[in-house]
Design a protein. Structure first.
Ligand SMILES: Nc1ncnc2c1ncn2[C@@H]1O[C@H](COP(=O)(O)OP(=O)(O)OP(=O)(O)O)[C@@H](O)[C@H]1O
Length: 242
């Protein structure tokens, strides 16, 4: 469903992506690991059509997000590193607004909101304005927005950052239910436990390229170590820093 080929991107004179290549199949869950500044957010933002790439090609079910952004965004739900809530809107108003942007009519929007509210246990927050929401509440609302149009692929940038244990468990439960319904996931993370629990396959990013790609056990075997964290450190070339 995702075909990401030889993508390049620079900011001023800094080359961040130097030919990044990976695929994600329909219904697959893939984690993107990399040190701080490796380029994970940049790669995900290009995939979602939020910034332009310099070179290479990106396709989501045949749609290039830079050329067909509306078609591409219909297929994906995005939970970014900045949640982008509108603080003057209540959760209900916010979800209604995004339902409208996705072209859902009034009744389709109402049932989509009911579905995500139930899934994320948002009932008590529904008529509150989002100003002052905690990190966990903000994540839930972002995820509700991302799931509203029942996308085939969810893209999440460090989804558990700043979350307490119950919120992480709720997130994991929602993502597992989404996957059971056939959805694909691509998420970045620094938390090995979460990667191990959620990903079918792991991509390790270093110096602007994907340097390793495999299941947890394949990466451990390739690195000749005993755990995922050690495999990550070795394959990402960070042993001198660790
Ligand atoms: N808009 C921008 N302007 C200039 N430099 C940028 C911009 N966005 C990202 N960068 C730079 O690109 C590099 C990669 O950043 P990116 O956010 O993609 O990394 P990351 O792997 O997501 O890191 P982290 O794990 O810390 O979130 C960094 O050196 C960052 O400073």
């Amino acid at each position: 469903m995702i075909n990401y080929q030889e993508v390049t991107k620079s900011f001023a004179k800094t080359r961040v992506l130097k030919g990044t290549t990976f695929n994600v199949a329909e219904g697959e869950s893939v984690a993107l690991l990399g040190a701080n500044g490796a380029g994970k957010t940049t790669a995900l933002r290009i995939l979602c059509g939020l910034i332009d790439r310099d070179g290479g090609s990106v396709s989501i079910d045949g749609y290039d997000p830079a050329v067909n952004p509306i078609e591409a965004r219909r297929l994906i739900g995005v939970v970014g590193d900045r949640e982008g809530l509108y603080e003057r809107l209540s959760v209900r108003e916010y979800l209604n607004y995004f339902g409208g942007l996705h072209g859902l009519n009034r009744s389709a929007c109402a049932s989509a909101i009911d579905r995500v509210v139930e899934m994320l246990r948002l009932e008590a927050l529904l008529d509150r304005k989002t100003a002052g929401f905690s990190q966990g509440e903000r994540m839930k609302v972002s995820l509700a927005r991302a799931l509203l149009h029942a996308p085939k692929l969810l893209v999440l940038d460090e989804p558990t950052r700043g979350l307490d244990v119950p919120s992480v468990r709720l997130l994991r439960d929602v993502l597992n239910r989404y996957r059971e319904a056939g959805g694909a996931l691509l998420f970045s993370s620094h938390v090995m436990q979460e990667v191990d629990a959620l990903a079918d396959r792991i991509l390790i990013m270093a110096d602007g390229t994907i340097v390793a790609n495999g299941t947890t056990s394949e990466l451990i075997e390739q690195a000749k170590v005993t755990g995922l964290e050690d495999a990550f450190v070795r394959l990402a070339g960070m042993e001198d820093l660790a």
